[in-house]
Design a protein around this ligand. Sequence first.
Ligand code: FAD
Length: 377
Amino acid sequence: MAHCILSQVPVGVPISCDSSFRRSVLKTHNVTLHDKSWTSGIPFNLKSANTRLRSRFVVCMSVQQASKPKVAVSPVTLEDAKEPPLHLYKNKEPYTATIVSVESLVGPKAPGETCHIVIDHGRNVPYWEGQSYGIIPPGENPKKPGSPQNVRLYSIASSRYGDNFDGKTASLCVRRAVYYDPETGKEDPSKNGVCSNFLCDSKPGDKIQLTGPSGKIMLLPEDDPNATHIMIATGTGVAPYRGYLRRMFMEDVPKFKFGGLAWLFLGVANSDSLLYDDEFSKYLQDYPDNFRYDRALSREHRNKSGGKMYVQDKIEEYSDEIFKLLDGGAHIYFCGLKGMMPGIQDTLKRVAEERGESWEQKLTQLKKNKQWHVEVY
Ligand code: FAD
């Protein structure tokens, strides 16, 4: 436990997310280690953990990870490349991959459906954490008759080893794009999103056309294994962070022994909409010195002005710590819907001004130092 700054600031873990514990996500990939299961049936009392965490540290710049059993991964040659794989399969010659599983990630009270989709690429389309795949849905492009549909990008939600730890699969976290007629309020299936519905409706064994991998902005910088990573997500924007966190806390990766701090802010509508909450809660239990997890449930939590709690309200709540961490070299990531950025930028600007700092200058510096990573869609 090196260089640990003690403080009494609460970590802000909401205690009412029982429904997400009932949902047993990813049942198909149970890995048992020393009588511990990484997936369903987490032996963890969140209420008591919350009480315990409230009196613990907050800012740890460089702590060693407690020694917890981790899952062996293969092939470790996936660590060897100096550069990330890029555009191995292009739009004109996509790779035909196979759906392994499709599971709903959300509970009945979530507005809209989000699915976890595991895809077998047979080790032919390797990728690094934070990259995206392209999917070409079947059918004709309505705007260009005779041509295939346009490719849609999806952030990869697994580590390079995939959910089975064997480097053969990649997982996506896909929200169904549904169209509601603004006048009647009724769903109009003819205008529903093509690719997201194709993916969420697909069945094990179905073939899909894959391109990529693509993207360098959201790659996890690994030069300093003790770095701080502040990850801000709305909804499916959590996908790349799931990959990072599996690499940091679940997998026994020979060349990356994470001993820094990963801090996830996740904004969703309500507790039924939480994504991968059981995995993240397990990290909180096992690595409280290396992981922090703050949830903003807009329809259940209130911000300090009594309004809906959005992810920027959580950022504001912890702005002093976040600014100190950024000054100390922390990386900050934003991923999710485009609409999340204006509110967050306004909050960061206001906080900077309150601290007597120029946000414009700070942002320029963060970008120059490669600490600022944004992928919104
Ligand atoms: P489309 O068919 O492309 O339709 C787009 C929208 O238009 C839909 O909302 C649809 O309902 C609406 N629409 C269709 N017809 C009409 C009409 N006639 N009138 C009005 N509206 C209409 N998405 C995820 O879910 N998860 C991710 O991890 C993810 N990662 C991404 C990463 C990147 C880098 C980018 C760029 C995007 C990412 N996306 C992600 C978004 C994804 O690429 C798609 O844009 C999304 O799934 C919608 O595609 P679709 O084919 O389902 O909808």
